[in-house]
Design a protein around this ligand. Structure first.
Ligand code: DCT
Ligand code: MG
Length: 398
């Protein structure tokens, strides 16, 4: 299965390829072996831009990954995410099944899906998932800000099938995040454009400067990777003076509130504790002070205006914004962690652990052999510590 092939060294794939593709007798005549793929099994050793030459396949794999995720099957989910990620990195389009044989992370199941698509233009398995009621409803519910797979599943099991079912159900108490999620659903389920991200950058920059003129503000997440659209806008804010960063975030929030543009705010104070590093368990979120916001963005603030529908003449939209505020000596680790993509991050950590006996997260890099932390002031420092070629942010769309 796909999950069994995870982590299989590339060398094994190579041997397999030569056995399958090169007739034994030809070995007598050829001095050089058949050229084999150098595509790494790790996303952090591949360059992946936003140009995807294999969207027809990767879209299918992403449906399969999501379907397994919604069924709490982490192994197969990750295997399909890896398969999608490998295909995203290719500068060419897969046109026959043979060329995929020397690629890593493509299991039997993935190969079958590619074969189906090559033959029929689509995968019957994927079509079946897309038309499955449970899949459709769980996707709908999890599209609400604050609703994860567990809550969606709970609602589905209660027999709820639509937003109006959920909102009419007396036994359901929505938390504050979910209430905002429903309230601003139309706006925040619509993609954020680059121009809108830029406008939000100006707003946050103005707020940050008013509080601390020498503050550091960096656009991160998908927009730093050169994406044209995102589901939110992510920023890192910090100050050159160690320790001042936490107050900065609460001051920024206060200012946005005073400006009347704060539609929702969940603030999480820092729980960062240097003495608890290195963290051995994988954590989805870091311990720095952060906030998840919904901001009101005016049409007049966006170059070229908001891309709203003809009939929607409100002159503003709601946008999801995340701010994270690490101490400045952790800036490089936070920047690398929040720049993504998720798959790139997963593989950076897996590479560090499996190939270098190091532990990497958004806080630090720890060398288990030397039993010491490796300091970094830039992302390049971290790549160098890991013995990896530097990958530019726009090449991290794995
Ligand atoms: N991240 C991560 N692990 C998580 C959540 C986030 O490594 N569990 C990192 C990767 C991307 C970054 O944080 C910001 O997260 P998102 O905004 O969800 O991702 P994105 O790449 O910015 O995608 P989008 O363009 O849709 O916002
Ligand atoms: Mg984002």
């Amino acid at each position: 299965t796909d999950s069994m092939r995870e982590g299989k060294p590339v060398a094994v794939e190579t041997r397999h390829l030569i056995q399958v593709c090169v007739p034994r007798s030809s070995c007598l005549f050829s001095t050089t072996p058949t050229p084999v793929s150098t595509v790494s099994q790790y996303a952090c050793q591949r360059r992946t831009t936003t140009k995807n030459n294999n969207k027809i396949f990767t879209d299918a794999f992403e449906v399969l990954a999501e379907s397994h995720e919604l069924n709490d099957m982490e192994g197969p989910c990750l295997a399909f995410r890896r398969a999608a990620s490998v295909l995203k990195s290719l500068p060419w389009t897969v046109q026959n099944l043979r060329v995929t044989e020397d690629l890593p992370c493509l299991g039997e199941h993935s190969m079958c899906v590619i074969e189906e698509i090559l033959q029929h233009g689509h995968s019957f398995e994927v079509e079946k998932i897309l038309s499955d009621e449970r899949y459709q409803i769980l996707k709908l519910f999890t599209s609400v800000f604050g609703v994860g797979p567990k809550t969606a599943e709970k609602w589905y099991r209660r027999g709820l099938r639509s937003f109006s079912d959920v909102l009419a159900e007396p036994g359901i108490r929505l938390n504050r995040m979910q209430q905002s999620g429903f309230l601003h659903y139309g706006d925040i389920s619509r993609a954020v454009s680059k121009a809108e991200a830029q406008a939000l950058g100006n707003i946050i920059d103005e707020a940050v400067r008013a509080i601390t003129p020498d503050a550091i503000l960096t656009l991160t997440g998908g927009f730093r990777r050169g994406k044209d659209f995102g589901h939110d806008v992510d920023f890192i804010v910090t100050t050159p003076q160690l320790g001042k960063e936490e107050r900065l975030l609460t001051s920024v929030i206060d200012r946005l509130k005073q400006q009347g543009i704060l539609l929702y705010c969940e603030y999480q104070a820092s729980t960062f504790d240097e003495s608890k590093l290195p963290s051995h368990r994988f954590e989805a979120m870091d311990h720095f002070a952060k906030c998840f916001l919904i901001l009101r963005l005016e049409d007049s603030q966006v170059e070229g205006g908001l891309q709203t529908a003809e009939e929607d003449r409100r002159g503003w939209r709601a946008v999801r914004v995340d701010l994270v505020s690490p101490p400045v000596d952790r800036y490089a680790f936070t920047l690398l962690g929040w720049s993504g993509s998720r798959q790139f991050e997963r593989d950076l950590r897996r590479f560090a652990r499996m190939e270098r006996r190091m532990l990497l997260d958004n806080h630090a890099l720890y060398d288990k052999t030397k039993k010491e932390f490796l300091a970094a002031t830039t992302e390049k420092d971290i790549f160098a510590h890991l013995g990896l070629e530097y990958i530019e942010p726009w090449q991290r769309n794995a």
